[in-house]
Design a protein around this ligand. Structure first.
Ligand SMILES: [Zn+2]
Length: 290
């Protein structure tokens, strides 16, 4: 943690020094809103909760696109270069693929890995990549608190004039997250059947936090083979799984086939939604019905 802080401090010092251009009229920046870029919408939600209207937040991955494979556009790269900070999750597919190019496009921007300090779980959906952390850290309220603290720390260092405002925003955000966590606990505690089926395994951290068991349709990031599908249907029957969750970015064909076989209902969820709190509650409410 200490080395991270030192690194962050160095990075921000370099960034601030680099952005101080002599000869530029001082009035130029007075009313200019500071910009931050984030990789996915839940990070925009969190940053806006903490910073309020002080900071303008751009999101790289647009609605309906997959953060595993997204490719930023040239205009997004340009916007990133004008951002004070880039908040990434750290292990999303597109972040890993694009990190070098993003850093080259934005040499003055501080790159912050917001999942720093989260106890990682093994990635279940990209076995071919070897041992990598499951990237979907934001689906757990406890993780979300760590992410919020990381965001606040970076904002305070990059924009010291507003640090009191950010710290107040952080306290309010942490309280709100705790309330969501309580509501989810209340809903999930009484679930009799602890296992649920999901197309893309985005709820690994959610399942860990609420003692639920996530069973994925997708295998190693791919559609299951007919043999894998047959085994999955058997497992679902044995465990009396009645709920299938699908994400809007993925194909429903397999889920529909399984649903018919095991008499389960399909529910669409969107873990990438901006309204993180509402979506987390929505997921808990769906599972509560099982
Ligand atoms: Zn994913």
């Amino acid at each position: 943690m200490k080395t991270f802080k030192t690194w962050l401090y160095c990075l921000i010092t370099v960034c601030l020094a680099a952005s101080c251009r002599p000869g530029k009229p001082a009035t130029d920046n007075v009313n200019e809103q500071k910009t931050v870029t984030v990789s996915i919408e839940p990070l925009r939600y969190l940053t806006e909760q903490i910073a309020g209207p002080t900071i303008k937040v751009n999101t790289l991955v647009p609605k309906g696109s997959s953060p595993e494979t997204y490719e930023p556009t040239p205009s997004q790269m340009e916007q990133l270069g004008k951002s004070m900070i880039f908040f990434s999750i750290g292990d999303l597919g597109f972040e890993r693929t694009w990190l070098n190019r993003l850093q080259q496009a934005a040499p003055q921007t501080a790159f912050i890995r917001t999942s720093e300090g989260i106890l990682p779980l093994d990635n279940q959906h990209h076995a071919e990549d070897g041992h990598q952390a499951d990237p979907h850290v934001w689906t757990s309220p406890e993780n979300m608190k760590i992410i919020a603290r990381n965001i606040c720390m970076a904002l305070c260092q990059a924009d010291t004039a507003n640090s009191t405002l950010f710290r107040t925003g952080l306290q309010q955000t942490l309280t709100a997250i705790e309330q969501i966590a309580d509501s989810i606990r209340h809903l999930t505690d009484s679930i009799h059947q602890r296992a649920f089926l999901i197309y893309h395994p985005a709820l690994t951290y959610f399942a860990r936090e609420y003692r639920l068991e996530q069973v994925a349709i997708e295998t190693d990031g791919k559609e299951p083979s007919p043999a894998q599908l047959a085994r999955l249907i058997d497992e679902c029957r044995k465990r009396q799984i009645r709920i299938i969750l699908v994400q809007q970015e993925f194909d429903r064909k397999n889920a529909e086939m399984i649903a018919k076989e095991i008499h389960a209902t399909i529910h669409t969820i969107n873990p990438l939604a901006y309204d993180w709190d509402a979506e987390m509650l929505n997921i808990a409410q769906i599972l509560h019905r099982q």
